[in-house]
Ligand binder design. Structure first.
Ligand code: ADP
Ligand code: MG
Length: 452
């Protein structure tokens, strides 16, 4: 996955920090990527934000909303297409000294011990070896890896490896720590422990950093850890809302004020159909229109599972999204696309943080497998234009076959290749389940022969 980012050496004559300036100020940042076919993809547009000293800021947004891109821009690893980026009051023109990053899956060097992996963070800084060793040991101690200095990565659990990644970032004593979904690769319990430890040390003032900016798609995590949460909208990404979290630490998930904030943010994030200019409400909030609507890769198992969970007790057809997420052990990032797909298919409706089964949705929950598939297929054909297009093309062709690329190329005109791939995978899974068409992985062809 992501390679580790090591701190960069001092640039010749770095601009001096402006006293009292916020750590980061972004103004009107726009990021456009050129796709393989030279079409343009606007990922970020008009992003303005400030990171002050002494705060933990959360960046919440759906997958693909440009969160990682934004972090790379802040770190100076990517020059935005337009807009200004200031670090300590000075324009950013290259990698910033004083910023360190932690990724979701941290690439450790397997042939180096924990200590050596952490010391690596200092290599580029020109710290004297004895001083470096002392700092590395302190970082290892701080992050709870005391006693594992000479262990190799393969001997560590996922949670411990993530700690090494964190220690490697902290050893440089960065002013700003950027974390890109640092807990999402960990199991629930490990993630929870690590979150608590970071917050405890932060409050005790033991972390050698001034501020943290963390990307997450987990709303509870953001409310648990952050002083301020920025919600990034999708297509293009911009800061849609800013929410202050006025709760004292330690924060308890079950506190009514904690719940109220989580509910509030869920509500803000479930109004995509109206929040995106240009997207008709009928799309359920997915970007793009008609055949070129981007579909999320949600399995029919998960779709059917959500309908069943909603229909049964304690929800009886209607649920508060945070409660539903908790009861199904899903994060918001996993629940939203599923609920939105149900909305697109008219099996459910989303409004202000609630999800409600429609009449058809309730009926779906009671049908047997074959009847479910029929109903699903009918709705897919009626409400997902890409499904209808595939059926029509297969129908028109004498051999009733069509290659994957016939449709993927059309999609790539309007979205990134990655999104097009996800959309194709989604429609293949849904179309098979609804028995509208079959797909042969070997020949990469759609057909009308072996649906299901
Ligand atoms: P997030 O982290 O919110 O999931 P990313 O910032 O990784 O989102 O990506 C946002 C969009 O930008 C995605 O559609 C992705 O495919 C696209 N993208 C990211 N980096 C590049 C790049 N270097 N070239 C082209 N497209 C990119
Ligand atoms: Mg990302």
């Amino acid at each position: 996955m992501n390679p580790p980012t090591l701190p960069t050496p001092h640039q010749p004559g770095p601009p001096r920090a402006v006293a009292g300036a916020p750590l980061v100020v972004l103004d009107g940042v726009r990021q456009v990527f050129q796709k393989a076919d030279r079409a343009e993809l606007v990922v970020l547009d008009g992003v303005s934000l400030t990171i002050e000293r002494g705060e933990i800021v959360g960046l919440l947004g759906r997958s693909g909303s440009g969160k990682s891109t934004l972090l790379r821009i802040i770190a100076g690893l990517l020059q935005p297409t337009a807009g200004s980026v200031r670090w300590c009051g000075q324009p950013v023109t290259g990698p910033c000294e004083g910023i360190a990053m932690v990724f979701q899956s941290f690439a450790l060097f397997p042939w180096l011990t924990v200590l050596q992996n952490v010391e690596l963070g200092l290599d580029a800084l020109g710290v004297a070896p004895t001083d470096g060793r002392r700092r590395a040991l302190a970082a290892i101690d701080l992050i709870g890896l005391d006693g594992f200095e000479s262990a190799y990565p393969r001997e560590l659990s996922g949670g411990m490896r993530q700690r090494v990644g964190l220690a490697r970032a902290l050893v440089v004593h960065p002013r700003l720590l950027l974390m890109d979904e640092p807990f999402s690769g960990l199991d629930v319990l490990t993630a929870e422990t690590l979150r608590h430890e970071i917050i405890d040390r932060w409050i005790e003032g033991r972390l050698p950093i001034e501020s943290i900016l963390m990307v997450t798609h987990n709303i509870e995590e953001a409310v648990q850890m952050c002083d301020r949460v920025l919600v990034l909208s999708t297509h293009p990404g911009r800061v849609a809302t800013e929410i202050r979290v006025p709760l004292q630490h330690p924060r308890h998930r079950l506190d009514p004020s904690f719940r109220a904030l989580v509910d509030h943010i869920y509500g803000l994030m479930t109004q995509p159909a109206t929040a995106h200019a240009g997207a008709a409400p009928a799309t359920g909030g997915f970007p793009g229109t008609g055949v070129r609507m981007a579909l999320p890769r949600v399995s029919t198992n998960r779709l059917a599972g959500l309908v069943e969970a909603l229909a049964g007790p304690p929800f009886h057809g209607e649920a508060d999204l945070p409660e539903l997420a908790a009861s199904l052990r899903l994060t918001a990032g996993e629940l939203f696309p599923t609920a939105e797909t149900l909305q697109l298919l008219r099996l459910a409706e989303l409004a202000e943080g609630d999800v409600r089964l429609t009449e058809v949705g309730r009926r779906f929950a009671e049908l047997d497998v074959d009847a479910r598939k029929r109903l699903f297929g009918e709705h897919l054909l009626a409400y997902v234009p890409l499904a209808a297009l595939i059926c029509r093309v297969l129908d028109e062709r004498p051999d009733h076959r069509a290659p994957f690329t016939r449709f993927s190329e059309e999609l790539e005109d309007g979205m990134s290749e990655e999104r097009a791939e996800d959309t194709m995978r989604a429609i293949i899974n849904w179309g098979r389940y609804g028995e509208l068409f079959g797909y042969d992985e070997e020949t990469r062809q759609f057909n009308l022969e072996d649906p299901g």
